[in-house]
Design a protein around this ligand. Sequence first.
Ligand SMILES: NC(=O)c1ccc[n+]([C@@H]2O[C@H](COP(=O)([O-])OP(=O)(O)OC[C@H]3O[C@@H](n4cnc5c(N)ncnc54)[C@H](OP(=O)(O)O)[C@@H]3O)[C@@H](O)[C@H]2O)c1
Length: 322
Amino acid sequence: MKAIRVATFGGIENLKLEPNVPLPAVGKKEVLIKVSAAGVNPVDTYIRSGTYARLPELPYTPGSDAAGVVEGVGSEVTRFKKGDRVCTVRSVSGAYAEYATAEDKFVTHLSDQLSFAQGAAIGAPYYTAVKALHIRARARPGESCLIHGASGAVGIAAVQYAKAIGLYVVGTAGTKEGMALVKNTGADMVFNHREEGYVKAIQDAIGGADIILEMLSNVNLQKDLELVDTRGRVLVIGCRGTIEINPRSTMAKESSIMGVNLMTVTDEDFKEMHSVIKAGMHVGWLDPKVSKVYPLGEAKTAHHDVINNQGTTGKLVLDTTK
Ligand SMILES: NC(=O)c1ccc[n+]([C@@H]2O[C@H](COP(=O)([O-])OP(=O)(O)OC[C@H]3O[C@@H](n4cnc5c(N)ncnc54)[C@H](OP(=O)(O)O)[C@@H]3O)[C@@H](O)[C@H]2O)c1
């Protein structure tokens, strides 16, 4: 099969398209997926560069998120059968390939209403949004939620989920196109995080937010401590460096800063998150916005774009059939 292989950690030049990679073996509790599309996540670039906390053994095939059709199942798998449309949020063998294995507990059926590209955009973005709002923040209907960086993959997922559970949603984006996408996705208000004075504009508009989902905390954490309401929670989702904050900002409002990590989830958490995702597909609020699809052989460009993009409008996906 065709697959992207990485033999050395480092720059994008280490993503090599290989034509004859053996099909992965399928474990007892695993599903073999004929992959149609694979999601490109920022974390894939941190792993490829060798800077991430948990690294795979070399050589490896990148990618956690995939969508396609079940080709085969392990002897202990009962929920899936050959031919089922599915998507997964983790892969054992790597998603940037024509075939990938995944533990059955991370796989879910993909609604007929969604394309495979959309299915590949579900994994990390939607499960992270659900983990942040449901598992970590324990969001309640009627609360207000600022999604600081709402035009990207996690941001759009968070806007949809937050609206579905009855939150008042304020989103930010860095361009007019991104702002329009966030608004059209359902946010109640949208601000431009590249405009001077936008923090004050948010404060003037809503006072403070009960919940803040932060996509770039090394830039925004102090602003978030000013924007969060009394007893509010700031959820650190994205962080690409360090920042100096004044801890005193948390005292008067008794606010909390909470980390979010999709990699550390219990089986119980996963069951709850699966249920939310399945309900989202069933009811229709879960509607991933794919901004660009690259052929598998252009994984290098996709990795460059997912980190350097300014003016994000949704999710980047690889078409593994091309
Ligand atoms: N903790 C976890 O388990 C977990 C899981 C998934 C993702 N993440 C992390 O979460 C972050 C977002 O992931 P993603 O897949 O959504 O990435 P993405 O699709 O590339 O989106 C990035 C978002 O950040 C926004 N942004 C850029 N500059 C900003 C600023 N100064 N203030 C606020 N927002 C800004 C972008 O907006 P514009 O382009 O419009 O400016 C865009 O909305 C990444 O750092 C990723 O590594 C963490």
